[in-house]
Design a binder for this molecule. Structure first.
Ligand SMILES: [Zn+2]
Length: 214
């Protein structure tokens, strides 16, 4: 707890409520006494990951499964009500953290949110540039006007390339700590993902037209 007028040497230092040992890596489960600790943890803390855009999907999954096993209600049936409730809370938060962090766009948006920058929400504080909107509207028109699957395939390949390039940009901007640029690229990524959905929908429509019996 932060006290007014008292310098906090290490504000991220947490102590285990049960044995008072330091939780150096903000562990939820104490390494010394195995008590479950509640605290001000973000999704990266919860899954024992560094706050970073470039993460290994296998590591995210491995840490998620380990935590779900640790906080399973069976492990807390004989523990205090406090620990039971904390375990329940982190089981649910682990699901939420896994859902967000395994998706590269949502992960990027979450990192920005930790710095107070909101994108792709209904309370955005970064707006898409006009040039991007024009580009997106033009691509949408191309999708709508595509008359056959070959044409649509070409648009789809271009869109995939653009999406990959955009996420490469996001990665670079995060490495440079250029958060506003990362924000703009994540907005672009979301538009390109929407176009991808529109392409998939249009593909099914064209396939049905060419195979009316299916
Ligand atoms: Zn402990």
């Amino acid at each position: 707890m932060k006290k007014a007028g008292v310098a906090v040497a290490n504000p991220s230092l947490h102590k285990c409520f049960s044995c008072d040992n330091n939780l150096l890596n903000k562990e939820i489960i104490c390494n010394y006494c195995a008590a479950i600790n509640d605290g001000d943890y973000n999704f990266f803390d919860i899954l024992s990951l560094d706050v970073a855009f470039n993460l290994n999907n296998e590591e995210i999954e491995k840490n998620y499964l380990r935590l779900q096993k640790q906080v399973h209600p069976d492990n807390y049936s004989t523990k205090s009500k406090r620990e039971q409730e904390t375990a329940f809370k982190y089981s649910s938060l682990a699901n939420e953290a896994y859902h967000i962090l395994k998706n590269r766009r949502l992960r990027g948006e979450y990192i920005l949110a930790l710095s107070g920058i909101r994108v792709n929400s209904d309370r955005d504080n970064v707006l898409p540039p006009q040039e991007l909107l024009r580009e997106i509207f033009a691509t949408r028109d191309h999708v709508q006007d595509a008359g056959n699957l070959t044409e649509l395939m070409t648009i789809s390949q271009e869109n995939e390339k653009s999406l990959q390039k955009t996420f490469d940009d996001v990665s670079l901007y995060f490495q440079q700590n250029s958060l506003n640029h990362a924000a703009s690229s994540l907005i672009k990524a979301r538009y390109l993902e929407k176009i991808k959905e529109e392409i998939n929908l249009k593909t099914r429509i064209l396939q049905n037209e060419s195979n009316p019996n299916h």
